[in-house]
Design a protein around this ligand. Structure first.
Ligand SMILES: Nc1ncnc2c1ncn2[C@@H]1O[C@H](COP(=O)(O)OP(=O)(O)OP(=O)(O)O)[C@@H](O)[C@H]1O
Ligand SMILES: [Mg+2]
Length: 135
């Protein structure tokens, strides 16, 4: 973000944001409720309009009219405060939906990655569970 502004009507929610995040860097955005944290993340994913300034991802200016957000969103993941899984699909099938349908990846390779990620967060034993069976 460089000199980035975002308005809701008259209200300016993000004011001249300058923020650079390097590949592999882990950062925390901290602040009181209503200060604009979610709005910042939503802008990063093209879920908000009415902004100005500059927003670059891998040297691409995302505020250009020509930006294909469906393409960008495949590379910028976002977990919402209230997340939604498809209730009729297992944990694994929920995880594989995007990689198989949108990214057209091979099931074998995508499933290997999904299982490795589940193992990393200690949820591999829930692989075949349905969302209602999870806490
Ligand atoms: N769709 C919207 N229309 C109008 N105003 C909005 C909209 N979404 C958020 N706002 C306002 O923008 C400001 C920032 O909201 P935002 O949700 O980004 O805050 P936050 O930092 O994520 O808060 P929290 O910690 O509660 O999640 C708030 O004043 C909020 O009321
Ligand atoms: Mg929020």
């Amino acid at each position: 973000f460089h000199g980035f502004n975002k308005f809701f009507g008259e209200q300016q929610v993000l004011n001249g944001i300058d923020l650079q995040v390097q590949s592999g860097e882990v950062i925390v955005i901290l602040g009181p409720s209503g200060c604009g944290k979610s709005t910042l993340l939503r802008c990063l994913n093209g879920l908000e309009v009415a902004h100005s300034g500059s927003l670059k991802f891998l040297d691409r200016e995302l505020l250009d009219k020509a930006t294909d957000w469906r393409d960008i969103r495949q590379q910028i993941g976002m977990v919402f405060q209230s997340y939604h899984l498809f209730p009729h699909m297992s944990v694994l099938d929920n995880l594989l939906l995007g990689p198989l349908k949108v990214q057209k990846r091979q099931r074998r390779e995508a499933q290997q990655q999904a299982e490795a990620l589940l193992e990393r967060v200690g949820l591999l034993d829930k692989r075949d569970a349905f969302p209602r069976q999870l806490s």
